[in-house]
Design a protein around this ligand. Structure first.
Ligand SMILES: Nc1ncnc2c1ncn2[C@@H]1O[C@H](COP(=O)(O)OP(=O)(O)OP(=O)(O)O)[C@@H](O)[C@H]1O
Ligand SMILES: [Mg+2]
Length: 313
């Protein structure tokens, strides 16, 4: 199996720490701080590796913080290609408040990317040899909204399948060209369709329409604790999420995308890959803070979900 390549245009250094109480003016002393390499595609690469696959992270990074991000990826043993930018990589920060059990998350908008820089990124992607390219996350300032659409256009010619997890105009533009797998959550899906989709029948019809029109071969609409809906030309399948104790919702979507893509890359049936994605999403909410998911949780939950899968006829 070729490595699963991920693309992160606006990565971050994800800091996390905890404190007793968050309040103004006084210094808030924190403890247990940790730093992880983050941003959609980088999270996907980390989960692919956790699950025993091989990932290759492509990302934009710059400044002193860009060098720290490189270091963190080196420590995580993730193969990578960095496209350098002038502006600096962002640092996100999450603080868990013990007194309330609430988490405060600060997420900067990140760098401004110059035209020469995003063009260099497009060029770097031309050299890739992969079966699956996962583009995940928002576009930083300076990158045109049809950036993912340009990549979608290339998928057939360059022989890869594009998995897309983004929102807004970047998502709409890419779907006009067609992608292999798209993973919106309900909010992203509704804003893409331009209307509320309050019940399963409406959600299913809207997802079928995407498949029919060629916007996506596979739609995985994720619904948080309500599970997820899979639509492809082969199958329509709605699965309930396993019942787990929620520690932190951080990383459920990225874990889902990583596991489902890995399942597809391993040539598992689409429904199985989807169930594997759900197991990873649920496993992510089991782990506190910026922790993504642990393999043993994913495999256990996958076993449980699979028992409820309809048997192939
Ligand atoms: N509370 C939960 N209990 C069980 N499973 C969950 C829970 N939250 C999420 N999941 C699983 O993870 C999948 C993806 O979660 P979700 O729909 O919240 O993604 P998302 O909104 O893209 O998340 P993110 O904020 O990470 O981008 C869900 O379809 C579900 O299978
Ligand atoms: Mg998401």
């Amino acid at each position: 199996m070729k490595p699963i390549v991920t693309l992160t245009l606006n990565p971050s250094i994800d800091g996390a720490a905890q404190t007793h109480v968050v309040r103004p003016i006084r210094k808030i002393r924190t403890s247990d701080e940790r730093y992880d390499p983050g941003g959609g595609g980088i999270n996907v690469a980390r989960v692919v590796q956790e699950l025993g696959g091989t990932a290759f992270a492509t990302y934009l990074a710059g400044g002193a913080t860009g060098r720290v991000l490189d270091d963190l990826l080196e420590s995580a043993a993730i193969m990578r290609r960095r496209i350098s930018i002038d502006d600096h990589t962002r640092i996100s920060h999450a603080v868990y408040e013990r007194s309330s059990g609430l988490e405060y998350r600060f997420v900067p908008e990140g760098p401004v990317v110059r035209e020469a820089e995003w063009r260099a990124c497009l060029e770097a992607l031309e050299d890739l040899d992969c079966d699956y390219l996962v583009a995940s996350g928002s576009l930083p300032r300076g990158i045109p909204e049809d950036f993912y659409a340009i990549i979608a256009d290339r998928a057939d010619r360059n022989g890869f399948k594009l998995v897309l997890d983004t929102s807004g105009a970047a998502l709409r533009r890419a779907l006009e060209r067609g992608v292999h797998l798209v993973k919106p959550n309900l909010g992203e899906f509704e804003s893409m369709r331009g209307r509320k989709l309050p019940n399963p029948a409406l959600q299913e019809e809207a997802a079928r329409e995407l498949v029919r029109s060629g916007a996506a071969e596979i739609v995985a609409l994720t619904l948080g604790r309500d599970g997820a809906l899979l639509v492809s030309d082969q199958s329509v399948l709605r699965l309930a999420a396993p019942d787990v104790t929620v520690k932190s919702a951080v990383g459920a979507g990225d874990s889902f995308v990583a596991a489902m893509t890995l399942g597809l890359a391993r040539e598992r049936p689409v429904a199985d890959a989807f169930a594997y994605g759900m197991a990873a999403g649920a496993a992510a909410v089991l782990s506190a803070g910026t922790g993504l998911c642990r393999r043993e949780d994913v495999e256990r939950l996958y076993g449980e979900i699979k028992m409820n899968l309809p048997q192939p006829r």
